[in-house]
Design a binder for this molecule. Sequence first.
Ligand code: GNR
Ligand code: NI
Length: 167
Amino acid sequence: MTILNILHFPDERLRTKAKPVAKVTDKHRILIKNMLETMYDAPGIGLAATQINVHERILVIDISEEKNQPIVLINPEILEKEGDQEFDEGCLSVPGIYETLHRAEKVRVKALDKEGESFEMNAEGLLAVCIQHEMDHLEGTLFVDYLSQLKKQRIRKKLEKQQRSAM
Ligand code: GNR
Ligand code: NI
């Protein structure tokens, strides 16, 4: 088991824009295994490579109850978005904070799987939220960026205080 360290807001490394994976290799497959272990351990329903300070376009998701349906997306692209939904979002990089956000209700996504094969999938509801949330991480965007400056500032202060007392 390898549990990777998850970066916390306002760490500037979370603002790094991830680079596309040119070729999916064994090195990536090991990274993906460790990302899944880290996500399940947290526990969370998704994890972007950015959150563990790896700046490549890789994310893992598992929204299943039994935690046995991992989804791996490499170089994901949103082909289509449809509708609107409100969802209470949290983030492993912003621990303990939950806020309601608007996201597209449905998305169609194209990506590479862990063998480097291209595939497309449709997602709606929670899975669609999670894909949009994780893809934001690859761009250096956090869900708190969609909140008011005041709310974001309060969250920053709270987490900075928590991080100080954790040292
Ligand atoms: O575990 C997570 N739960 C969650 C709940 C609502 C909306 C998005 C998420 S993603 C989050 C894990 C995480 O931070 N992924 O980047
Ligand atoms: Ni997150």
